[in-house]
Each structure stands twice: as structure tokens, then as C-alpha cells.
Design a protein around this ligand. Structure first.
Ligand SMILES: C[S@@+](CC[C@H](N)C(=O)[O-])C[C@H]1O[C@@H](n2cnc3c(N)ncnc32)[C@H](O)[C@@H]1O
Length: 874
């Protein structure tokens, strides 16, 4: 509600992430260098390049690709970099002399044409420190650059738009002929990073050490902020802290001079006497009653308990609380005669004060109106949502998708404007309690029943409150989820095809190609990446460093840090506690664990024959479900790099990308590489859908390009987070929300031709039967030959007998193996054969006597059976 959109991990997997993955770059940041080089073309002509802060090596890969062969490329980072062909790497801190010596040893007399720096300090402390370290790191990299750059060389560095920015640019301008700041398209707009390309190194004989000393370069930073020269944006932020306290702002301009602490307490008198109370409220954490005078104020009637507790922690206050504090200040000032005094003494000041007061009143009034409007909009939104849920539930009921256990049809829902609510579980429970039927619902609360009923009835009367309404909406959603699960279980039980279809849908490998999709789930991959940055970040997250940074961001960021698991039930901002109200929802879900085997299957396997075979016949784990679980893992294995949102790395936008197979010796390759699996499938079976054939034809005929196709795969919804969406919604989306890919006549014709060719081939079963027959014939012949050899070698029978036996054996060996069916002659017992005993005259071999009636009856029976079969099939 009114919250800024979360920048989830999934949101980070953008076009460049995909491209990096596809093209084998280790980090999406590789595209930043590609785009910078495209604009300034410094790599193609460079023979020697140093990349400072290079891990995991995205920029090194780009340098190695774009620089001439045989050029020298050196990469340095705090953490080791996996080997890259033609690149020398080592682990060292770029701020140390050891690093300088290592580079010197490597380059010998060479000088670098290009020095790159994409560093971001691995810290998780307060923002001000991060920002400072980043600027300091830039200066350190510049120090190395001036040591190693050739005259006319290029230095590329990343800088954050902080108060240090101008000072850094000034220094660059002293050392380079051309200095340009640019933001490549692949750098996210939300990131404060900017790239500065310094060309034409002047290589002065003597460089004033002050240019490279952070103490001198950044010494004006805090002074400027404190003196109020740069007050504009920060003052606005402070005011906004009061008017929209739920919005957290980054302190891009740094903190006040010398005040790097995040906690600030002042005396109440300062607030009361301040001409700018809003700014005071926006900047401090606590207001204390210390002096005698303040203690008197504390005892006043207008200083209510709320006011006192509001003063205790201003960072947790909402708009209403701030308003109350401002009103209290006005009342106090009136009581103290502060405003009147001003009137008496100074006319000019009086005007100012009145204006200020009037302004404050107006602001409060405006605030009030805005709050009311917001509340009304929220109620409307919730009502609409509840209505939607209700409509869908009714539809589901009509489609027989809801469980017969559906209850609470007659309950009330105040959130729906006093109308009847179909699925008020809490209400249902209360109702049942009243009627004494609670035991039937499996209540385990024992004695507390009557109390609960009373409190529930009470709470029914205050359903209008936001919290209650939210809880009800959550309850409805949870119930929808439960009912959907029950529906799926029933379908699984009833329909074997549904089960197979379900597992097939979840099988990533068999998925039809629908353009580039956002990975379903994320998180596990970061472990697979062994880049140093990952390790550092993962370790940082573990030790909880990240959460300790910028206070103003913390609550927002904490949410971002939460693992992106898909929850079964959406619980809104507050998780629904396993309260008594939610119990019914839980009960609905319970049967789910056993519902994987159909009833028919259970009955079948309960036969005596199968006793003792439980382990082998694990009914609950049949194939499709196995597949599902594997697929689940597959989906989870989609790569995602979640930076610590607190660190400047968040600004930096650096993101590790899963490497592709051909880079196997350098980087981990996952078996479940989706693209590769698809490629293999295509190689094996060819393109099997008309859409795929159409796209392939377009590519071949140059009607489109690969990049265009990738771009087409994105739309404004592509990166929307699916986190927290209910299963039924996602399933529907998967079924119906598909891109409408073009299909051409030619593609259809090509597919049909392929199908015809396939049809013309003998079917597999026939071919197998033939092969089996052939194999058996060969076996028989082999056996006969062996026997014949044995006969031939025996000496105690005559040659004639031998020949006879061998002939017999060979005949048998060459025969089809089946004994010829002896004909049974059917003799109808009529005429001369009527009523005779024994073999009829003139009949040789096997025979069967039938009477005419029986023959007709058998024929009629066969006819009826055939007709029945036909009817069943149609
Ligand atoms: C954004 S990443 C660099 C990404 C790299 N350009 C790429 O494309 O793969 C920032 C790197 O700076 C490194 N770093 C931070 N402080 C450093 C220092 N003092 N010395 C060396 N490396 C440092 C971190 O270890 C991290 O790997």
C-alpha cells in the first residue's frame, strides 16, 4: 500500500543479463565497457591494458576480445579471477604498494594504453562511508593510472554521483586533455553510477601529490553540505521525511559536516522554538525533555501520552503522528505566548510568523485531505479486489471447481460494504461456534472457545478497520489458494491425463519456445558462481553486514534481502499468524500430502500380490511427480545475482552472469543450462512447432535479426515480479498469457512435409518386431548348425543317417519356429452326419462336430461384440 515498488532480485535479470549469459560474459557489466568502447574506441588500438578491480572478469573478457592479439592485459582484484586466455590476473588490493609492484613486475618497461577501473568497495557500512570509499578508490586507481599510463593514454573509471563528483572531475581535468562523463545504456537508470572517460593523458613530469590525496581532493565535501550551499535537494528530502515518512530516501548528498552518526537527539525546546519545525522533525531521531522548563511542558495536559512516546522515536512515526507533534508545538507556543511575544516586539517578525503559522495550518489541512483521499482510494481498491475474488470464486463454483466443503456462504463481510460475504472463514467459524458445531471443524482450543467466540463477535463489529479488512482479504486469498490446491488434487485423482499434463508443463526441457522469458525462480545460482564478488557479497549477507548500512534505506532493503521464495499464500504486508481464524484454511490443505496417487491406483496396489513391495511401489512418488520435483529444482537453478542492496554495488549494478558451456574450463557450467538443452532437443528432433519454423525462416531470410528477436521477447511486463502471486493465477497466466507468434504458410508446409516423411517411415513397433524375428531366426539357424556339426562328428551312425538327421535339423533351423497349426475340420451334424457317433465317414485328421444352430449362434455373438466395441469407441 503506497509502497515504492520493490527492486527484487528478479527485476535485476534484464536484457543485458540475458545477453551476457548468452554471449558468455561473466558479468552484465561487460556491456558497459562494450558500449563505452563503441563510443570512444580505445580498445582496438591499445596494446597494453590494466583492469583495476576486475573480478569476476567481465571487462577483461571484453578487453581480450576487442584488443589486438598479442596485446598485454593485466587484471587485478582483491579476489582471485578465474583464468581468461591471454590475460594475466592476480589478487591484490589496488590501494597498496604491493599491487603497484606486482603490476610493475608484470609490465616491465611497458606502459599501458588503457587503464580501466570499475571498482566498488566491498563494504556494508553506512552510506557515507561507502560513498567516500568509492571516491577514494577512484583516486587510488587514478594514482596507479598516472604511474602506468603512456602519454596520450586513456583512463576509464566509474564514479558515483556524490558530493565528491565535481572534485574528482576537476582532478581528471588537470591530468587529461579530454574528460567526458557518460552513462552507457546498460547502466541502470536507478543506479547513481556514471563512467568518466579521460583521454589524452598529459603525462606531466611532476604531479602535485595533493591531486591524488583524498584529504585534499575531498576536503570541501562536508563543508559545502553544512554551509547550506547544496541545501536544496536535502532540505526537500528532510521535509519529505515528515510528509511522506513511509518513503525512504537515499542520502546522495552525504551527511552534515562532521556528523557521520546516524542517531540524532535534540531537546524539545529546540523543536518548539525552531522557525523550521518540519526540518527538525525530518532530521532527528529523538526529542528529550531535559531542562526544568521542558519538564514543565512534559507535565502539561496537552502533552499527552502519545506526544511523549512520539518524541521517543521519530523515525517510526507516520504522517498522523507528525501532524499531532506540529499541533502540539503550536498549542505550546500559544500557551507560552511565544507567537504573541513576537507580535508585540517586532512587526516584521510578526508578519513572518503569521505567514509561517498560516502555512503550517495549510500544510496540515492539505495533509489531512491527502490522507483522506488516500484512505478512500485504498478502501476502493480493496473492495474491488475482494469483489474480483468473489466473482472468480463464484465462477469456480459454477465450474464445479470448488470443494463441497465450501463453507461460510451466509456470513457477513463488512469490507464489502456490508454485503454478504461468501467466504468469510472467520465468520463461518464464529457462526459454527454459536451453533455449537465447532467440534466438527476439529477445533483444538478447548476451554478458550467461549472467550474466542466473544472476542470474535466483538471484532466483527470493527470490521471497518484497515487491519481487519486486510486480514479478511488475506484470508480470502489463502482460501482461494487452498481451494485451488484441492481442485488440482481432485483433478489429479480423477484424471491421469491432467497429472501427465501438469508434469509436462513443468518440464522445462519440453517447454515450447515462447521468446525470452523471465526465469521462474532465483537464488540458488549465486552459490555456484565462484567469482570473488559473489563470495564477498554472500559472506557479507551472511554476517549481516549489509543490513547495517544506510539507516534510511534499511527497512526497504531488508525486504529486498528476503529470499525470493514463492509463497503459497499471499499474506500482504503482515504475515497472517496461524490464528484460529486461519485454521479452516489449514484444514482444507491437509489432504494434499496424500493426494498424489489416484484412488484407483491405491485400490489396485492394496491387493495381496503387492504386499511387501511398498518400497518399490512408492505410490506417492510416481514419475510425473518426480519430474515435477526435478523441474522445480531446475527452475530454481536459474541464475540470479542479488547484490547487497546497501552497498554501492547496488548502485554499481554489477551482476554476475552464468557462463556458457564453451567457457567451461574457466567457469562453472550448469547441466541444466536451459538454452543448451533446447539446442540439443532441436538438433535431435528439429523444429517442431510452426512458430519456431517461422522464426527460423525469418532469421535465415534476414527478415529479422537475433537481437531484434531478443528485444521482442521483452515487454513492459517481462520483468514484473511473480513473487507472491497465487498458484491459480500463475497457472492461468501460463496457459493463456502467451505471445502471439507469427506462423507463415511456408512454415506450415515445411512442417507438413516433414510429418509426411515421418509417416512414410515404418513405425517403430513394426521395425522392432521384424528385427526380433530376424534375430530369432538367426539364433535358430545357429543352433541347428551346431547340432548338425555334432551329428557330423559322431562316428557310430552311417553317413546316410547322418545326412538325414542333418537335413531334418537344418529344416527345423530354417523354419519360422512356429508349429504349423493343424487344421481342424468342422463337420456340421446334418444330413448323413446327423446323429452319428464317432468319426464321420470320409473325414481325415482332426475334426469338430457342430450343429447348425450352434454355428449361427456363435456368428451372431461375434457380430454383437463387434458392434458394441464400435459404439464404445465413438
Ligand atoms: C563491480 S566489480 C568489478 C566488475 C568487473 N569490472 C567485471 O566486469 O567483471 C567491483 C570489484 O571491485 C573489487 N574491489 C573493491 N575494492 C578493491 C580494492 N581495494 N582492490 C582491488 N579490488 C577491489 C571487488 O572485489 C569487486 O570484485
Amino acid at each position: 500500500m503506497g509502497k515504492a515498488q520493490k527492486k527484487t532480485g528478479k527485476g535485476r535479470l534484464d536484457k543485458y543479463y540475458k545477453l551476457a549469459k548468452e554471449q558468455g560474459y561473466r558479468a552484465r557489466s561487460a556491456f558497459k565497457l562494450i558500449q563505452l568502447n563503441k563510443k570512444y574506441a580505445f580498445l582496438e588500438s591499445a596494446r597494453c591494458c590494466i583492469d583495476l578491480c576486475a573480478a569476476p572478469g567481465g571487462w577483461l573478457q571484453v578487453a581480450s576480445k576487442y584488443m589486438p592479439t598479442n596485446s598485454v592485459i593485466v587484471g587485478v582484484d582483491l579476489v582471485p579471477i578465474k583464468p581468461i586466455p591471454r590475460v594475466v590476473t592476480f589478487a591484490s588490493d589496488i590501494t597498496t604498494t604491493q599491487c603497484r609492484n606486482l603490476i610493475r613486475n608484470e609490465l616491465k618497461d611497458w606502459r599501458a594504453d588503457v587503464v580501466l577501473h570499475d571498482g566498488a568497495p566491498n563494504v556494508g557500512t553506512a552510506w557515507i562511508q561507502d560513498a567516500y570509499s568509492q571516491s577514494e578508490l577512484v583516486l587510488m586507481s587514478l594514482k596507479l593510472a598516472v604511474d602506468f599510463l603512456v602519454k596520450g593514454g586513456t583512463f576509464v573509471t566509474k564514479v558515483f554521483r556524490s558530493a565528491d563528483y565535481n572534485n574528482l572531475i576537476w582532478v581528471f581535468n588537470q591530468l587529461f586533455g579530454k574528460v567526458e562523463a557518460t552513462k552507457p545504456p546498460s547502466s541502470r537508470n536507478v543506479s547513481a553510477e556514471i563512467f568518466v572517460v579521460c583521454r589524452d593523458f598529459l603525462a606531466p613530469k611532476h604531479i602535485d601529490p595533493k591531486f591524488l590525496d583524498p584529504k585534499h581532493v575531498f576536503k570541501d565535501l562536508a563543508a559545502a553540505t553544512a554551509s547550506g550551499t547544496d541545501k536544496g535537494s536535502s532540505a526537500q528530502n528532510i521535509q519529505a521525511n515528515v510528509f511522506q515518512p513511509e518513503k525512504k530516501r537515499r542520502k546522495r548528498d552525504g551527511y552534515a559536516d562532521g556528523d557521520y552518526t546516524l542517531f540524532k537527539a535534540i531537546s524539545v525546546a529546540e523543536f518548539v522554538r525552531s522557525p523550521d519545525p518540519i526540518t527538525v522533525l525530518g532530521t532527528v531521531n529523538k526529542m528529550t525533555f531535559v531542562t526544568e522548563e521542558e519538564k514543565e511542558w512534559y507535565a502539561l495536559e496537552i502533552t499527552t501520552g502519545d506526544i511523549k512516546s512520539n518524541c521517543d522515536d521519530l523515525k517510526v512515526l507516520g504522517k498522523g503522528d507528525f501532524k499531532a507533534l506540529l499541533k502540539w508545538r503550536l498549542a505550546l507556543r500559544e500557551e507560552l505566548g511565544l507567537d504573541n511575544k513576537t507580535k508585540d516586539t517586532d512587526d516584521v517578525t510578526e508578519t513572518v510568523e503569521i505567514v509561517e503559522e498560516a502555512d503550517e495550518d495549510q500544510q496540515i489541512q492539505e495533509e489531512l485531505e491527502r490522507l483522506n483521499a488516500e484512505a478512500a482510494a485504498r478502501t476502493k481498491r480493496e473492495r474491488r479486489r475482494a469483489n474480483e475474488v468473489k466473482t472468480r470464486t463464484i465462477q469456480r463454483m459454477q465450474l464445479q471447481m470448488t470443494a463441497p466443503l465450501d463453507i461460510g456462504m451466509e456470513q457477513h463481510d463488512a469490507s464489502l460494504g456490508g454485503q454478504e460475504d461468501f467466504f468469510d472463514l472467520g465468520g463461518a467459524e464464529t457462526g459454527l461456534r454459536k451453533r455449537g458445531g465447532l467440534a466438527a471443524l476439529g477445533d483444538d482450543d478447548g476451554d478458550s472457545d467461549s472467550e474466542d467466540a466473544a472476542s470474535d463477535t466483538e471484532s466483527e463489529s470493527v470490521l471497518d478497520s484497515d487491519e481487519e479488512r486486510l486480514r479478511k482479504v488475506n484470508g480470502l486469498e489463502a482460501e482461494m489458494d487452498g481451494l485451488y490446491d484441492a481442485y488440482r488434487d481432485r483433478m489429479r485423482e480423477r484424471d491421469a491425463k491432467f497429472k501427465v499434463k501438469e508434469s509436462r508443463e513443468k518440464n522445462a526441457e519440453r517447454e515450447e519456445w515462447l521468446g525470452i522469458k523471465q526465469p521462474i525462480d532465483v537464488g540458488s545460482d549465486s552459490d555456484e558462481e565462484e567469482g570473488g564478488w559473489d563470495k564477498m557479497e554472500v559472506a557479507k549477507e551472511r554476517t549481516g553486514d549489509a543490513s547495517s548500512s544506510d539507516d534510511s534505506d534499511s527497512s526497504e532493503e531488508e525486504e529486498e534481502d528476503a529470499p525470493p521464495t514463492r509463497k503459497r499464500s499471499r499474506t500482504g504486508p503482515e504475515p497472517v499468524k496461524p490464528s484460529k481464524r486461519a485454521k479452516l484454511v489449514t484444514n482444507l490443505r491437509e489432504p494434499k500430502t496424500k493426494a498424489t496417487a489416484s484412488k484407483a491406483a491405491s485400490v489396485w496396489f492394496s491387493q495381496d500380490v503387492f504386499t511387501g513391495m511398498d518400497e518399490e511401489l512408492d505410490i506417492g512418488d510416481d514419475d510425473p511427480d518426480d519430474e515435477m520435483s526435478v523441474d522445480g529444482d531446475d527452475a530454481n537453478s536459474e541464475a540470479e545475482w542479488e547484490d547487497s542492496p546497501e552497498s554501492p554495488e547496488d548502485e554499481d549494478d554489477f551482476e554476475i552472469v552464468k557462463a556458457v558451456e564453451d567457457d567451461a574450463d574457466m567457469w562453472d557450467v550448469n547441466d541444466e543450462n536451459e538454452d543448451q538443452a533446447k539446442q540439443e532437443k532441436i538438433k535431435k528432433h528439429g523444429l517442431i512447432t510452426a512458430e519456431a519454423v517461422t522464426l527460423a525462416q525469418q532469421l535465415v531470410n534476414r527478415q529479422t535479426t537475433k537481437t531484434q528477436m531478443i528485444n521482442d521477447g521483452f515487454n513492459r511486463y517481462s520483468l514484473n515480479s511473480k513473487e507472491g502471486l497465487p498458484d491459480w493465477f500463475l497457472d492461468e497466466e501460463a496457459k493463456f498469457y502467451k505471445p502471439n507468434l507469427p506462423v507463415t504458410k511456408e512454415a506450415m508446409a515445411a512442417l507438413r512435409a516433414k510429418q509426411r516423411a515421418l509417416d512414410a517411415r515404418p513405425i517403430k513397433k513394426v521395425a522392432e518386431a521384424k528385427a526380433r524375428k530376424k534375430f530369432k531366426a538367426a539364433q535358430r539357424l545357429d543352433k541347428a548348425m551346431k547340432k548338425a556339426e555334432g551329428v557330423n562328428e559322431t562316428s557310430d551312425i552311417s553317413e546316410r543317417d547322418k545326412a538325414q538327421q542333418i537335413e531334418k535339423l537344418m529344416r527345423k533351423g530354417l523354419s519360422s519356429g512356429k508349429k504349423a497349426k493343424k487344421d481342424i475340420k468342422v463337420v456340421v451334424a446334418k444330413g448323413a452326419h446327423k446323429g452319428i457317433q464317432g468319426r464321420p465317414k470320409g473325414v481325415k485328421g482332426r475334426y469338430s462336430m457342430v450343429d447348425s444352430r450352434m454355428k449361427k449362434e456363435v456368428r451372431a455373438k461375434k457380430r454383437v461384440e463387434k458392434a458394441n466395441k464400435k459404439r464404445k469407441r465413438s
